[in-house]
Design a protein around this ligand. Structure first.
Ligand SMILES: Nc1ncnc2c1ncn2[C@@H]1O[C@H](COP(=O)(O)OP(=O)(O)OP(=O)(O)O)[C@@H](O)[C@H]1O
Length: 204
């Protein structure tokens, strides 16, 4: 279970949000909503440990994250809204390097299977700079298929995906939730996931 207690976030000289509380139980999702600039990305970056909260704290499995940071980060996969892939490397190389950096090296067969499932068959060895925006997103999303992390924190994962890829991503998320995984994500569009979840609205 992930819990947030009284989170506040300052950016520049502005307070973006304060008093943010939420609970994400195992097997459930939370969609963070709100207008542009409301602080959705900032909130996800705080959860992922990439930015600090001005106030409040997070708990993972009933313990303050600050007391068990390594354990928490070993359980977490964060994908930002930019694909974060290197243009000079192929889809296969990008996927394998991302896994190695995360401390879980991937063998080539597993990486290739993930890329093919995500719709990149025949594109695995091309330099990523020649891939379309949606295909670059798919390279990043292939990481989900190889992830053992229990908590997925995904910033706008549906951006640039075609209708078929949106369906496929929903299936991948549903499978994660059915395994008892937790999902925290942002999206400007309505998303239909199986199982239980909720919404958190930031801004007016
Ligand atoms: N380092 C920073 N310094 C000053 N302001 C910042 C900084 N980082 C973010 N901001 C501001 O904080 C606000 C919230 O940004 P954030 O990216 O969290 O919003 P968002 O809700 O994810 O928006 P969007 O829907 O457009 O993705 C914005 O007004 C942004 O310009």
């Amino acid at each position: 279970m992930l819990q947030a207690h009284g989170l506040a976030c300052d950016r520049g000289d502005r307070r973006l949000f304060s008093g943010v509380d939420f609970v994400v139980p195992a097997g459930e999702w939370l969609q963070v909503e709100g207008p542009n600039g409301a602080g959705k990305t900032s909130l996800l970056r705080i959860v992922a440990g990439l930015a600090g909260a001005a106030e409040g704290h997070l708990e993972w499995e009933g313990r303050p994250v600050a007391e068990a940071r390594d354990e928490f980060h070993a359980r977490l996969l964060y994908l930002g809204h930019a694909p974060a892939i290197k243009d000079d490397l192929s889809a296969l190389e990008n996927l394998q390097i991302a896994a190695a950096v995360a401390g879980r090296p991937l063998d080539e067969a597993t990486a290739l299977a993930a890329l093919r499932r995500i719709g990149l068959a025949g594109r695995e060895d091309l330099p990523s700079r020649v891939l379309s925006q949606g295909q670059k997103r798919r390279v990043a999303l292939a990481r989900l298929l190889c992830s053992q992390a229990r908590l997925w924190v995904l910033d706008e994962p549906f951006v640039a995906l075609d209708v078929a890829a949106v369906d496929q991503l929903c299936n991948i998320l549903d499978e994660h939730l059915a395994r008892g995984g937790l999902l925290l994500f942002t999206s400007h569009q309505a998303v239909h996931l199986a199982g239980s979840g909720g919404n958190l609205r930031l801004g007016r």
